[in-house]
Write a protein that binds this ligand. Structure first.
Ligand code: ZN
Ligand code: ZN
Length: 344
């Protein structure tokens, strides 16, 4: 079968690999249909993944945002799984023994393994995966199933942010994750303001019910966001960029007693005035990937919001052009939203 194999830094090629064996107990073999690419895929390919994230271990078949169909079930799988079903894959496998696992937060597991990063992922025709990571999804396109994974990050974010109806929420960054956070905040009855450099991305955000604000300088953005929220500023601010100026703006704009939520990943550092945390008594929380229950919520959210989510896909490539797809995404960060690879 065909697979896009990442052999080394910036060296992905499409090759023949062996088909998987029959699934063992509790295992499922799925036919990969569509794989979304995101920032962590670019970091992996470029060899930039931090040691805390497991580093880039070559060779690897990438792809952690996967829509698929079940082709074979081993013994002992959940009864709701059946051959032929369309599924979304929860990429996370946690150790079950470390401190985060012991307090019910496997998504922050010290030893977690993600498909496409630590194990082979969806950029191959057939994938073997544990049955707990397989979620049936009622959508008519495997591409939509692949969007459950980025949406699951947003599910985690709105939980960690404790967003409630009627609240004002500012989301910095209108890439796919920022759009998904705004969508779910909106579903919870919050009013959302999405901030981005790109007018085109703000247009997408407005289509899901958010207000849009063009980022200019940090000071101007903070002022405009506080004006939009009224009162003492937004009670919730979410960074989905990982860019230092946006993170600083998030902390500066949030209301006293508010929550700031870090979703964007990066290795950047940002100076923050310590007094912000004591004077305003803000809660600052980080968001990793999601837990299994939250992945189920993401699947349901995809089913409810399929047309809005389909608009996030900006580019599609076949598996044979997977190396072009990821290079295109890396080279055109302002133009692409979600780059999708059709595997089968
Ligand atoms: Zn991703
Ligand atoms: Zn663990």
């Amino acid at each position: 079968m065909r697979a896009a194999l990442t052999r080394a830094v910036r060296a992905m090629e499409v090759v023949d690999v062996a088909e998987p064996a029959e699934p063992g107990a509790g295992e499922v073999v799925v036919r990969s249909e569509a794989v979304g690419l995101c920032g962590s895929d670019y970091h992996f390919l470029l060899g930039e993944l931090s040691d805390a994230a497991g580093g880039s271990q070559f060779p690897r078949i990438q792809g952690h945002e996967v829509g698929a169909t079940i082709v074979a079930l081993g013994p002992g799988c959940r009864p709701e799984l059946a051959v032929g079903q369309r599924v979304a894959l929860w990429p996370l496998h946690a150790c079950g023994r470390c401190y985060p696992c012991s307090v019910g937060r496997p998504n922050a597991c010290d030893n977690f393994e993600l498909i496409g990063i630590h194990r082979d992922g969806g950029l191959q025709e057939l994938v073997t995966i544990g049955q707990a990571q397989v979620f049936p999804i009622a959508v008519d396109d495997g591409a939509l199933a692949a969007l459950a994974e980025p949406l699951s990050i947003a599910v985690r974010a709105v939980h960690r942010a404790r967003i409630e109806a009627g609240e004002k929420v500012v989301v910095l960054g209108a890439g796919p994750i920022g759009q998904c956070v705004a969508l779910l905040a909106h579903e919870r009855g919050a009013q959302t303001l999405v901030v981005d450099l790109q007018e085109r991305r703000l247009t997408l955000a407005r289509a899901i019910g958010a207000d849009g604000l063009r980022w200019r300088s940090r000071e101007e953005t903070v002022r405009a966001a506080r004006d939009w929220a009224g009162g003492g500023g937004p009670p919730v601010a979410v960074d989905a960029t990982g860019a230092a100026p946006a993170v600083r703006a998030m902390v500066d704009m949030v209301a006293s007693a508010g929550r700031v939520v870090q979703v964007g990943m990066s290795g950047e550092e940002v100076p923050l005035r310590i007094g912000c945390f004591t004077e305003k008594e803000i809660d600052m929380v980080g968001v990793s990937c999601c837990g299994g229950g939250e992945f189920g919520e993401a699947v349901a959210a995809v089913e409810r919001n399929a047309p809005a989510l389909a608009r996030l896909v900006s580019d599609e490539f076949p598996l044979e052009r997977a190396p072009d797809a990821i290079e295109h995404a890396i080279a055109n960060p302002a133009e692409v939203m979600k780059v999708l690879i059709r595997v089968g």
